[in-house]
Design a protein around this ligand. Structure first.
Ligand code: N01
Length: 539
């Protein structure tokens, strides 16, 4: 089956791209491994799963009628509500007729003679298209469980990213949670509410802020909707895709009392970036960052009653904000419950999973269920999991052996007519994904229109433009504290993965401006060709 565009993934990126392209008169087919739309919100159904970007921001802006009609019920929407929204979008724009569910893409190969992508699914179906777009998300491939013996365990095992659709009842069960990132921080309080005993195995403590979640009342929603267009525009030109005042003051140039007040306001505000953006240098200057980290550790000590447990929950070995902070609802408070235990894997490393439970260097603990909240092969995992072959049969996996190389996180030299949405080298996970998704989709659609208008059949990022962009992405990251952390932003959570800062931290607004300038300059840094020229040069 031939289409103008094959899109992989029916999350928010794939859905909006399908809608946008169809409206512009292209034929497009989405291939989706799951049985429903929603991407990350289809898979991550663990208890407590919510978005920690506010609902009013974590939603599409492309259709004013949609944003006026849809009613979010809470400041931070739950996974089921976001999934309902995704399904509403699919129905509203009649997307399902061009989405093939249960179709996992295995291989994609570019045919240079015909200027066409050949895409093969795991069940042997073959599709062809002029353009191939990976809308596969940044956190969609769970990291392999790198703990010996996991297959030996006789009880139930779960991964937060592949939670059973029917839910899990932990009542009366002895439960282990391994990991303390966002997925664990959200699920631990709810699992503790059901389980008879909960043991949390922590290797690296996270910094977590209270979400201060609450229902949205209709007056508040009305006020937002009255001003939605301006709000969206501000988001597009902001640092992280959410409108926020830009503070340039250093944390070190104000008094201790002023700092405390600013941090307290950030803590009380209940947003992911509020505290981080209370001063201009928290992500740039270690001494400034230390003041925020000290504030956070004091908060943990004030909440957690047992001093030894509190100290174990205090992060020390990375600057605040350089591993993604978490937003929680009663996470630290959960460790005050008598049936909740925290195991510090730095003191007693996890040696293996046994038939009965989890063995650490000092002892074995028996469980009925183990929850792996161990994270993802972020940003590149979903891209290299497909065997993608570009010019001269070059494999993407091979090209990226030392880390991903892209031009703007949109195009890759050697892979003509292929785009990535929120790919490595773009703001992606350093932003409100909805804003970045819409920006990439709009940019790609405008690029295809440009090609159609100019009779171009092929587009490819040049190696020079790609090299310059990779250098810029690294320079910007190196000016921050991010490289100090062993984070998934750095690829450091996956054994053997090259240590490279994966997203672009230059800001959503400046990045958008750069992409717009590239487009206005006739897609500077990309090379175009007509099919005839391609065939001649190949021959
Ligand atoms: O994964 P993570 P996540 N033995 O990588 C530990 C987004 N998200 O699924 O740090 C023992 O953050 C690991 O320890 P360490 C969000 O962007 C968003 O929680 O490697 N422990 C860590 O504690 C988030 O950042 C939302 O030492 C092991 C944990 O497992 C991203 O997804 C909600 C281990 C993994 O934490 C990933 O979050 C959820 C081992 N062998 C997620 N291997 C919202 O928007 C790993 N760990 C709300």
């Amino acid at each position: 089956m031939h289409h103008d565009v094959i899109i992989v993934g029916a999350g928010f990126a794939g859905m909006y791209l399908l809608h946008k392209l169809r409206t512009a008169g292209y034929t497009a087919q989405v291939l989706e491994a799951g049985d429903g739309v929603g991407g990350t919100w289809y898979w991550n159904r663990y208890p407590g799963a919510r978005c920690d970007v506010q609902s009013i921001d974590y939603s599409f802006s492309f259709d004013p009628a949609l944003e006026q009609q849809w009613q979010w019920s809470e400041k931070y929407a739950t996974q089921p509500e976001i999934l309902r929204y995704a399904n509403h979008v699919a129905d509203r724009y009649d997307l399902r007729r061009d989405i093939r569910f249960g179709t996992r893409v295995k291989q994609a190969r570019f045919d240079e003679q015909r200027n066409v992508w050949h895409i093969e699914s795991a069940n042997g179906e073959v599709f062809t298209a002029q353009f191939y777009v990976m809308a596969t998300g940044c956190l969609s491939v769970p990291k392999d469980i790198d703990i010996a013996g996991a297959e030996r365990f006789c009880g139930q095992t779960y991964h937060t990213a592949h939670w059973p659709h029917e839910g899990v009842d932990f009542s009366g069960k002895r439960v282990a949670v391994i990991g303390t990132g966002s997925s664990a921080v959200q699920s631990i309080p709810l699992i503790a509410a059901e389980a008879s005993q909960l043991t949390v195995f922590q290797r690296t403590p996270a910094f977590s802020l209270p979400a201060a979640n609450r229902p949205l009342d209709r007056y508040e929603i009305g006020a937002i909707k009255a001003n939605y267009r301006e709000h969206r525009e501000a988001a597009r030109h902001s640092a992280f895709g959410v409108p926020m005042p830009i503070v340039t003051t250093s944390a070190l140039e104000v008094s201790a009392e002023q700092r405390q007040r600013a941090y307290q306001a950030g803590w009380d505000g209940g947003t992911l970036n509020g505290m981080l953006q209370s001063f201009g240098d928290l992500l740039l200057n270690q001494a400034a960052n230390d003041t925020a980290a000290d504030f956070m550790r004091d908060k943990i000590r004030a909440i957690v009653r047992d001093p030894a447990t509190a100290e174990t929950l205090c992060p020390y070995d990375f600057p605040f904000g350089t591993k993604r902070p978490c937003l929680d609802t009663r996470y630290y408070e959960t460790f005050n419950l008598p049936h909740v235990e925290l195991v510090d894997l730095r003191k007693t490393p996890l040696t293996e999973i046994s038939a009965a439970g989890v063995r650490t260097s000092d002892r074995e603990r028996a469980f009925d269920a183990i929850v792996f909240a161990t994270g993802f092969d972020a940003m590149t995992g979903a891209l290299v999991n497909v065997d993608i072959r570009g010019v001269d049969g070059l494999a993407l996996k091979e090209k990226w052996a030392d880390g991903p190389r892209t031009y703007l996180g949109l195009g890759i030299a050697g892979f003509p007519n292929m785009f990535t949405i929120t790919g490595p080298g773009s703001p992606s996970v350093m932003s409100n994904m909805m804003v970045s998704i819409e920006q990439h989709v709009d940019w790609i659609a405008a690029c295809l229109d440009f090609m159609r208008a100019h009779g171009h059949d092929r587009i490819e990022a040049s190696s020079d433009a790609e090299a310059a962009w990779v250098e810029h992405v690294n320079q910007v990251a190196d000016a921050t504290l991010f490289p100090k952390a062993n984070s998934w932003y750095m690829g450091a959570n996956v054994p053997g993965k090259p240590r490279v800062f994966l997203p672009y931290i230059g800001g959503v607004g400046p990045y958008r401006q750069k992409c717009d300038e590239v487009a206005q300059a006739g897609y500077a840094g990309f090379r175009f060709a007509a099919a005839a020229e391609v065939a001649r040069s190949a021959g």
